[in-house]
Write a protein that binds this ligand. Structure first.
Ligand code: HEM
Length: 431
């Protein structure tokens, strides 16, 4: 297996901080779920809901993408990370940005929104520049590289729109254009940044974990990224230039087509994999891809509505994309990536000299699968409640609580190997 760390990666404590931030935000978001669920339906644009949504999107998903990218992009592009010292500071700026943004919305101290958003954007711009520098220096620019480059710059467009939204809450700069710009912001961030990152990183990691890397058809993977990116840009243009609604639907169909190609490609990689055993990440990745297909199909339907933002299907599609697709993929890949990195940090120097734990003994596979089932139960029941097919009952959150709890147990099981006693003793005395 090609390692998820190597000479090119930044020191592990930098991504580790982002990943820890991500998990803490996930726990905070999940705890609040039963209280926020009714508000999500009755007042989706109220300040507490926006704060809660961004605890997940920026705090959890954004932090995980940044942490994982600092670790994985240099490995994927076979190029050293350009500025580890800047990356070290970026976490402090990112944290400050999250704190100001969250206090600004949750406590309704609106003057904090501009500075908070600006700090977040500073980190995203640094991230896009770093990815671009590595892309230019990379010896090979394959489909994964193009996905990561497109995702980084779509994040910048999504941020500029988000920054304008933050300002308009203070000084009304957008006037009557708030809702279209909000729609553009959501599409850009969810499909453009997170979706494209997930597809690019997914091709790389699935190939590495199952020894199927050479079976990735570069042309098809490039085509899937092209359709998703072009569809996103088309939707942005159509919204900003107030083109007829058909253009937005056209963009949504292009995105769906890109996701279908990605689905077929991943299915082929799994079929042709050299490592035949079911790897821990596989059920997570498959569930995540199915959720992605459902979300983009719902998006095509929503795009034909005259007032898409007020449709229950819109909130449901966003829910399925964030909770059913991205969070499930993050959990699946986290079991592999964190285990490998911590193993490398703690045990690699002793491998071959004395007994060291095996990678998959560092977490409990049954807990991971039980967590996945609970999480999916929570995702599906809440999606049905958002569609008004089930009563909007706080108890559906228990699935997400249990899923989060079991995931965190495994995170702690993996994390404690970082502090394994082997580290503090001279090499000859360890067992
Ligand atoms: C990077 C910095 C970001 C900034 C500055 C930002 C800013 C904002 C602002 C100000 C709003 C509220 C608009 C209003 O007044 O109604 C908003 C809404 C929203 N944003 Fe962001 N955002 C950011 C990142 C993200 C990301 C990464 C995602 C998704 C992955 C996201 C998804 C959403 C969603 C779904 C809403 C609607 C929330 C609701 O209906 O309660 N945002 N954003």
């Amino acid at each position: 297996m090609m390692p998820v760390a190597g000479g090119n990666a930044a020191p592990f404590h930098i991504p580790a901080r982002y990943m820890l931030t991500s998990i803490l935000c996930l726990v905070g978001w999940a705890i609040l779920l039963p209280w926020m669920l009714p508000k999500l339906v009755s007042a989706p644009l109220s300040y507490p809901v926006i704060a809660w949504v961004h605890l997940l999107t920026i705090g959890c998903i954004g932090s995980m993408i940044l942490g994982a990218s600092i670790q994985l992009v240099p490995v994927a592009l076979q190029t050293p990370f350009p500025a580890p010292r800047v990356a070290e500071w970026s976490w402090v700026v990112w944290m400050l940005g999250i704190i100001l943004f969250e206090i600004g919305f949750s406590r309704e101290i609106l003057p904090l929104l501009g500075p908070g958003a600006t700090l977040l954007g500073t980190v995203l711009v640094g991230y896009a520049i770093a990815v671009t520098a590595m892309f230019i220096a990379a010896p090979h620019r394959d489909a994964v590289a193009w996905h990561l480059l497109a995702a980084a710059w779509l994040a910048i467009i999504g941020f500029v729109l988000g920054w304008l939204l933050a300002l308009t809450n203070v000084n009304g700069v957008l006037g009557g254009r708030l809702l279209p710009i909000l729609a553009a912001h959501i599409v850009c961030m969810i499909v453009g940044w997170i979706g494209m990152t997930l597809l690019g990183v997914g091709y790389k990691l699935i190939g590495m974990f199952t020894l199927a890397e050479r079976h990735l058809d570069q042309q098809r993977a490039l085509a899937s990224g092209f359709f998703v990116t072009t569809g996103t840009l088309l939707i942005l243009l159509a919204i900003v230039a107030s083109w007829p609604r058909g253009w937005v639907t056209g963009g949504a169909v292009m995105i769906t087509w890109g996701v279908i190609i990605a689905f077929i490609e991943v299915e082929r990689m799994y079929r042709k994999r050299m490592r035949k055993a079911i790897d821990i990440h596989m059920p997570f990745a498959i569930a995540s891809l199915v959720a992605m297909l459902i979300a983009v199909s719902a998006f095509v339907i929503v795009s034909t509505e005259s007032t898409p933002l007020s449709q229950p299907l819109t909130i449901t599609a966003v829910w399925i994309a964030l909770i059913g697709c991205f969070l499930v993929a993050i959990q699946g890949f986290f079991h592999k990536i964190s285990t490998f990195l911590i193993w490398l940090h703690t045990y690699a120097p002793f491998a071959g000299k004395q007994p060291v734990p095996q990678l998959d003994s560092m977490y409990d596979r049954r807990l991971a699968y039980a967590g996945l089932i609970s999480w999916l139960f929570g995702t599906v029941t809440i999606a049905a409640a958002l569609m008004e097919w089930l009563p909007l009952w706080w108890g559906w959150s228990i699935g997400i609580w249990l899923g989060t709890g079991l995931f965190v147990v495994n995170v702690v099981r993996i994390g404690r190997h970082w502090f394994a006693p082997m580290l503090s003793q001279p090499a000859g005395t360890r067992c």
